[in-house]
Design a binder for this molecule. Sequence first.
Ligand SMILES: *Cc1c(COP(=O)(O)O)cnc(C)c1O
Length: 405
Amino acid sequence: MFKLPVYMDNNSTTRTDPRVLEAMMPYFTEKFGNSASRNHAYGWETEEGVDLAREQVASIINASSKEIIFTSGATESNNLAIKGVAAMYKKKGNHIISAVTEHKAVIDTCMRLERDGCTVTFLPVDKYGIVSPQQVADAITDKTIIVSIMAANNEIGTVHPMKEIGAICKAKGVLFHTDATQAVGKIPMDVEDMGIDLLSMTAHKMYGPKGVGALYVRRKDPRVRLDAMLDGGGHERGMRSGTLNVTGIVGMGMAAEICRKELHSESERLLKLRNRLHEGINSKLEDAYLNGHPIHRLPGNLNISFAFVEGEGLMMGIKDVAVSSGSACTSASLEPSYVLKALGLGDELAHSSIRFGLGRFNTEDEVDFVINDVVRAVNHLRDMSPLYEMHRQGIDLKTVQWAAH
Ligand SMILES: *Cc1c(COP(=O)(O)O)cnc(C)c1O
């Protein structure tokens, strides 16, 4: 058997791989030096650990280790990339292009810059959550300094055409940043092939520890410069001061190394599990709709809206499954997911969505358990729903004249 609730929320965070933990352990108590200490062996051995991690992280995106800046995570990397460029290139322009479905760490960063005098274009997406390269091309003006488009979406798993967008940015002389937090380690990412100038990532979404991440900053063609956000000792080529989180960095390096070596087999396995989950649900339930792109999506991500059920009830009904919903019922607002709304979903379908995030440690048995549990919960809720009863009787709910109350 397996542990309950079944963890299927790997787009939120992932369990640290035991091999990662093992690599980190010596750096807590034996190799505890400050990697910036140049005068003794304690410093040198931790610096060696950091150097290796830098190679490992660079290698998973085909970068050079000199182009990796370690941070506290993707939120910081996104802030540093966009704010750093906006400050450094303000003589060139003040226009930023992003998209409506970005993570809050990008959207809110852009909105702060807007209050500080930048102009931001948030591009809309199509019904699958994709921004087309043409939209990007059309939005670029002579004031544009940076385009920030995520590689893969954290809610719906939709993967963007990175290479095509990168080519447009290059042709127009605009920097291209991508929040690749969900993509790195899951699908091939190559900063050279894709023309990426800045790339954000985080360890805890790829089976590494929480609180450590990295920003790739291109060093040639073009050499990207950033205004630092933290002043201090000038670590990380002056772009991110502060004593390095050596244990975290070593863990991130090992996490990247494992993902790079196992990416092919792991994505194949996850795709099979996802198809099993999707087909299992579809074969047992009607009116379950896929959100996001059917093909251009992360292998481990499945996002489904269940018509005629209410989001909160559904989450309560599947207590043995740890997933996320498009209903922000835990936060102060009752607003459904802005990402699902951006695809054109109505409030009901957005509220009744579930994001299944399959990961390295999920098994076929868990998938079968989840299928049964979700099907049971949805059927139970629908059995109690008068709307569903009308729908089954063939009444078109859109034409019903509801009495005022
Ligand atoms: C998780 C996530 C982030 C935030 O990463 P942290 O390391 O938790 O700050 C940013 N962007 C995307 C797309 C994410 O999925």
